[in-house]
Design a binder for this molecule. Sequence first.
Ligand code: AGP
Length: 628
Amino acid sequence: MCGIVGYAGTGTAVAGGPDASERPLEVALAGLKRLEYRGYDSAGVALVGPGRPEAAFAKKSGKLDNLVAEIAAHPLPAATAAIGHTRWATHGGPTDTNAHPHLADGDRLAVIHNGIIENYSELRDSLTTDGVTFLSDTDTEVAAQLLAREYRAAGDLATAMAATARQLTGTFTLLAVHADDPQTVVGARHDSPLVVGLGAGENFLGSDVAAFVEHTKEALELGQDQIVTITPDAVTVTDFDGAPAEGKRFTVDWDAAAAEKGGFDSFMDKEIHDQPHAVADTLLGRTDSSGRIILDDLRIDESVLRSVNKIIVIACGTAAYAGHVAKYAIEHWCRIPVEVELAHEFRYRDPIVDERTLVVAISQSGETMDTLMAVRHAREQGAKVLAIVNTNGSTIPRESDAVLYTHAGPEIAVASTKAFLAQITAAYILGLYLAQLRGNKFPDEVAQLFDELRDMSRKVQTVIERGEYVRATARSMQAADKVLFLGRHVGYPVAMEGALKLKELAYIHAEGFAAGELKHGPIALIDEGQPVFVVVPSPRGRDQLHSKVVSNIQEIRARGARTLVIAEDGDDAVRQYADEIFWIPQAPSLLQPLLAVVPLQIFAMALAGAKGLDVDQPRNLAKSVTVE
Ligand code: AGP
């Protein structure tokens, strides 16, 4: 997600210069440069210095170069404290106005933010009633105006920040500077990262250590619900009630390059580990206080959605497999027929589309040309198009009737992982929303299913923590030259995604099948030692599915296959037929893909790594296929 930098210090800290210096701006821009890898679509800085009545700031959409050019054209004054921000747009598109920092209190207060504030619309209404006028579409500006109101009451920035943090729900890291106190930066964190860099006569803040590791390796990790105040010579930590609290001291043992990956060996590994957040963040802000599902960007009239009699999902690659999972869930919950079409096939198929067809376009980048062309074709045929996209302000949402953004944050590795889980999560949200709207499910049923969905983030984390056994198995299989993947029901798209991951990353021929298809031909592929992954449905799920898949495992094992089984904790029926078992926590049948795919992602990454391949930039592939 967004990149954050904070600095409090003066030129005297390094070169005996004047109190106010260029160093705060230099540190802020250099830190943002180090955080570029996080992906962003706008950037900005704010500075405060002695004798200046307001915060000075600059912010621009686009890349850091645009910000640097803006500052070159309109130089900023010497300062003693600075905050800097790279924004990955969630609420509000990537524009100059929506870029951070956001100013308040007569431009004396500047605020930057990383996260999603769930209750921003209620707070915005309350502030508007108090006469506040908003310039942007962002939740951050709401936080800035709330902080300004608390500052006017408290007269102290740290106290005001704590009062503000207590009123927010969602995930947030906030940093603020105020012209009244030009040597101070105050931060607050809840569920979003913030670390302190400890210098000599200067101190730093960052969304991760990459922001300041070139200046100091001495750091302080902040805990949940903490307020931090940095000045050139002091760091103070309290809880949200103002009581003294402790951060956790550590010494950074990464170099700056490694820090960009959060200490992981690859962006892909980092993004696999980001998946619990990707699921949780995609769910944030999707229900109101009564538990009803609310979709803020949905610009399709409810009456139109009630009249929908067919859904066609269009997507490519991994996104298409997310669409296949969506098919099972939406058909089961909403009783609407769902077709899943590869976007590049859809537009040449003369599809049967009319005004009662809802086309759902799934895309991480929002720029895949095949999918964009299919969206245009669908709209020409009179269909309404709803986009499920991860990149705010990209082309596909702009050309759709509605958008349901995933909040996976920028996905840097070419092979999609966290975006896939976020796409599935968004598809579940859409399915539950339609079931709620069309009366297929009572409100209490929707609320219960949504609670089960919220619990999946924790279960994804459990699967990740079991990853070492998967990695070890992968490392022992470097010689594999073809691998099969089997699954039934929602396990079938998981099998196809597992095969795609192995193809993309380890350059091994791999194929995903519906397990029931085996005896109609593919079983001829089974010979001694042939590795076959099998995704086993929950034994508590749809009747017979589980027993049929166990029979499939028996069939291939009898013919010499090496069976690598993904199964739920406690599923003892698979033990006697599995050469390897990768256990996942129990979960509702339709939600199991969020868990079952994770061992397959880890396996593909580990095998590719063992072969010395580049898991972030596999050969021949691009992150966004913007040509047909
Ligand atoms: C996924 O690992 C691949 N990189 C690829 O299949 C990707 O999912 C596909 O190109 C669609 O991209 P999109 O989600 O950005 O539209």
